[in-house]
Design a protein around this ligand. Structure first.
Ligand SMILES: Nc1nc2c(ncn2[C@@H]2O[C@H](COP(=O)(O)OP(=O)(O)OP(=O)(O)O)[C@@H](O)[C@H]2O)c(=O)[nH]1
Length: 268
């Protein structure tokens, strides 16, 4: 049986919102620590990752940068699959981008159902030219029942907080699921003590191997990504049938000591 400490947790986060609100900049800032003034619109999708430590857990955040332009909708939608968290971004100086937030939320939920989300108002450094009032933005967040952050990727304000919040929220969900699994294991245990033959029990015991390996619904199907740095195929995660759970035993974490890597990035 794998101990909890031997798991590596990877979270797929999609960053969505209208074109030019600062999605690529946000991901670049977070993963590479840089900001560029030039605007190069994203064609399709892009991907960066960073490892952080949250509550003594190593978390790998896989950040998917999707094109904001509608013309790419058909491509980007496919990449929402398997996401566990989402950033809905709009810009302080772009009214349309604010009004599009609900529709972005729907687009993502149509593909992946309900996942953790956060609303981000970027370019807060341009507050003097704001076209969205503070209370409007707060009201939207309240209505959608989502945490709301104001960021300036340019000034590196609040970017870390956004992703940390999503990681913490996901960990919390995992812990809740783990509690449910423990209850399920107890149930199976008590049924095994029942001498009556029962096909259902047999079926559930077969399933319980999955429970014992931490998550009840995970069928370990690995996804391979090509690492463009060294050309090697990298195993990144385990998906279940609907692509929602990403847990993978990691040999890197077995000796008590954790190799915590802050700000590690790789372009895939
Ligand atoms: N002033 C200011 N400009 C920003 C900020 N974040 C991004 N920008 C600028 O906004 C422009 C658009 O940023 P991108 O990150 O390319 O926008 P995007 O949302 O990825 O755009 P698409 O790829 O078309 O979806 C660039 O010129 C950035 O330099 C910010 O916090 N403040």
């Amino acid at each position: 049986m794998l101990r909890e400490e031997e798991m590596e947790i990877a979270i797929k986060v999609v960053v969505v919102g209208n074109g030019a609100v600062g999605k690529s900049s946000m991901i670049q800032r977070y993963c590479k620590g840089i900001f560029t003034k030039d605007y190069k619109k994203t064609i399709g999708v892009d991907f960066l990752e960073r490892q952080i430590e949250v509550q003594s857990e190593d978390i790998r955040l896989m950040l998917w940068d999707t094109a904001g332009q509608e013309e790419f909708d058909a491509i980007t939608k496919a990449y929402y699959r398997g996401a566990q968290a989402c950033v809905l971004a709009f810009s302080t100086v772009d009214r349309d981008s604010f009004e599009a937030i609900e529709s972005w939320k729907r687009k993502v939920e149509d593909e992946v159902g309900e996942i953790s989300m956060v609303i981000v108002q970027n370019k807060i450094d341009l507050i003097d030219d704001a076209v969205v009032k503070n209370d409007e933005a707060e009201a939207l967040a309240k209505k959608l029942r989502l945490r709301f952050y104001r960021t300036s990727v340019k000034d590196n304000l609040n970017v870390e907080e956004v992703f940390r919040y999503l990681a913490e929220k996901y960990l919390q969900q995992l812990n809740n699921e783990e509690e449910d699994d423990t209850i399920a294991c107890h149930e199976i245990g008590s049924q095994l003590n029942n001498p009556e033959p029962n096909n259902h029990i047999e079926e559930r015991v077969r399933d319980s191997s999955k429970i014992l390996s931490y998550s009840p619904k995970v069928k370990v199907k690995s996804e391979k990504h090509k690492d463009s740095k060294n050309g090697k195929i990298k195993l990144t995660s385990a998906y279940n049938d609907d692509g929602t759970i990403h847990l993978q035993p990691s040999k890197r974490r077995t000796h008590g000591k954790k190799a915590v890597v802050f700000g590690k990035c790789s372009v895939l």
